[in-house]
Design a protein around this ligand. Structure first.
Ligand code: SF4
Ligand code: SF4
Length: 165
């Protein structure tokens, strides 16, 4: 596709900024009295997030409250941001579980690959974005924190329903 570039000539004489200022003020005033304002009074008022929103992670648990993760290592392998830390452990019965499972939400690019690849449907990106912190370290979510999240999880893109209807 051709890209059109509009070249604006620089004014050679002194110009008055009064007209431009008045135009700007008129535009502002028009928006002040516009009944169809789009401003949202956050946080009291929030728009509903898309079911496919990919935000803060959540680790789902089994019925007895344990993390569903079996420390298979797929999510840290597939993660393009290299922001998942996993140290696997194994109990006496040979069941694998994560000794350490951390996600750096600050480095994460919320691609959702970890959710897609997880064979246990344990790790999910969530429909949540309010995760501000005072330090970078605060964005490293450990297993306990991931398990304690309660927000809704993302419904990934469904190729049979590309418009999500
Ligand atoms: S959403 Fe993507 S970048 Fe973030 S932890 Fe999962 S795989 Fe890594
Ligand atoms: S892919 Fe799932 S089961 Fe495997 S390490 Fe990641 S969270 Fe655990």
């Amino acid at each position: 596709m051709a890209i059109n570039v509009k070249v604006l000539a620089r004014p050679v004489e002194d110009v008055s900024y009064v007209r431009a200022t008045l135009k700007g003020m008129a535009l502002t005033f028009r928006h002040l009295v516009d009944p169809h304002k789009v401003t949202v009074q956050y946080p009291e008022q929030r728009d509903e997030l898309s079911p496919r929103w990919r935000g803060t992670h959540r680790m789902l648990t089994t019925e007895d409250g344990k993390a569903k993760c079996v420390a298979c290592g797929l999510c840290p392998t597939v993660c393009p941001a290299n922001c998942i830390k996993l140290v696997p452990g194994e109990d006496e019965q040979g069941n694998r579980y994560p000794l350490v499972f951390e996600i750096d939400e600050f480095r994460c690019i919320f691609c959702g690959y970890c959710q897609e690849v997880c064979p246990e449907e344990a790790i999910h990106v969530g429909r949540h974005y309010e995760n501000s912190e005072y330090s970078r370290e605060g964005f490293v979510y450990d297993l306990e924190r991931l398990v304690s999240q309660t927000h809704a999880v993302c419904e990934m893109w469904d190729p049979t329903d590309p418009r999500g209807e």
